[in-house]
Write a protein that binds this ligand. Structure first.
Ligand code: DAH
Length: 339
């Protein structure tokens, strides 16, 4: 019985009374005729003679404590009759919910830190662009389908003003203002005229990388991304380069990593291939260097562009792209406490 009294005492101490409803709940649980303390009092008659006195005392003590807390809180919650500017110490504490960082910001920051450790600087550029920076300076032929209205949001035609469709635009902006060596990463938001679904969105984020210097080779590209993937996803993560095509790189390669969901065994996410794509890469096409006044005889470089949503989805097992922009607190609050 003494144990039981102790337990109730702890429960009384821990009971938070911050509203009249809570106060009433406290009264009914502990002080009412059918409350636990009265119950125990009734049970006292069954306690053996030698213990009755000590248990009786403990019970009385418990009852006094419960009444004290009740009365104290009752006066605290009631309207104060004393007019004063001093803070009311009886007011219950207001708990403000803590915000959390958006998962895309968390992952973006992680990516930046990994590349910064390898000596990459940060750079950025505008989201509203022109044809030159989004296409022409990147060696897109005039009739390339990506220039089509279907992919690109045009703000005006002639002169071309558009929402950038990729962060490769910042490569051009950077080459305009800086001579090699250039070693930078460029995160940012991009836009494409796509129907919104679990797998596609009209706005998303990329991170671009560019490294131009003398004697930069494909091996440097491979090693840089190899290191990035190990740092980002763990040392057992496998990476592969799949030949591809981009107008601004030659040769070009898609970057795949082994599927984090099934560990390469094959699942829906990786379409049973065991691999998932995280971005594109390649050696900067000499035409791009020339268009940006860099001599391709003297300098070579590599570039890459990765999807931040894609990396975040793989990282946290998120299956629907729309969750990122819906601002549902139940989704974003799951990332609180992560830096
Ligand atoms: N800009 C490409 C896209 O949006 C991605 C990309 C591929 C960027 C290869 C690069 C690169 O810098 O070298 O799909």
């Amino acid at each position: 019985m003494l144990e039981k009294i102790k337990e109730i005492k702890a429960a009384i101490d821990a009971f938070v009374i911050d509203s009249p409803a809570k106060l009433e709940e406290f009264r009914i649980s502990y002080l009412a005729k059918k409350g636990v303390i009265t119950d125990l009092m009734t049970g006292l008659k069954d306690v053996v003679q030698e213990e009755r006195k000590s248990i009786g005392l403990a019970l009385n003590d418990l009852k006094t404590k419960a009444w004290e807390k009740f009365e104290q809180q009752q006066s605290g919650l009631g309207e104060s009759t004393v007019e004063t500017d001093a803070p009311d110490m009886n007011l219950p504490v207001q708990v403000f919910p803590l915000g959390s960082r958006h998962p895309l910001s968390i992952v973006r920051q992680e990516i930046i830190e990994i590349f910064e450790q390898m000596g990459f600087a940060m750079s950025d550029g505008p989201e509203i662009e022109d044809d030159w920076h989004n296409f022409s300076a990147l060696n897109f032929p005039q009739n390339h389908p990506a220039r089509d209205m279907q992919d690109t949001f045009f703000i005006s035609k002639n002169p071309d003003v558009l929402l950038r469709t990729h962060t490769s635009t910042v490569q051009v902006r950077l080459m305009e203002k800086q001579k090699p060596p250039i070693r930078a990463i460029m995160p940012g938001r991009v836009y494409r005229n796509e129907a919104i679904s679990a797998r596609a969105h009209c706005l998303f984020h990329q991170i671009e990388g560019l490294y131009i210097d003398r004697n930069v080779g494909f091996k440097d590209l491979k090693q840089t991304l190899y290191h990035f993937v190990k740092e980002m996803f763990g040392k057992d993560q496998k990476i592969r380069f799949r030949p591809s095509f981009f107008p601004f790189t030659e040769p070009s390669a898609e970057i795949d990593i082994s599927c984090l969901i099934c560990n390469g065994a094959g699942c829906n996410i990786c379409k049973h291939t065991g691999w998932v794509e995280i971005g594109g890469s390649g050696m900067v096409d000499p035409n791009v260097l020339t268009a940006n006044n860099i001599d391709p005889e003297e300098f070579t470089g590599f570039a890459f562009g990765m999807g931040i949503e894609r990396i975040t989805m793989l990282r946290y097992g998120i299956k629907d792209l729309r969750l990122f922009t819906e601002n549902d607190v139940r989704f974003v609050s799951q990332f609180s406490g992560l830096s």
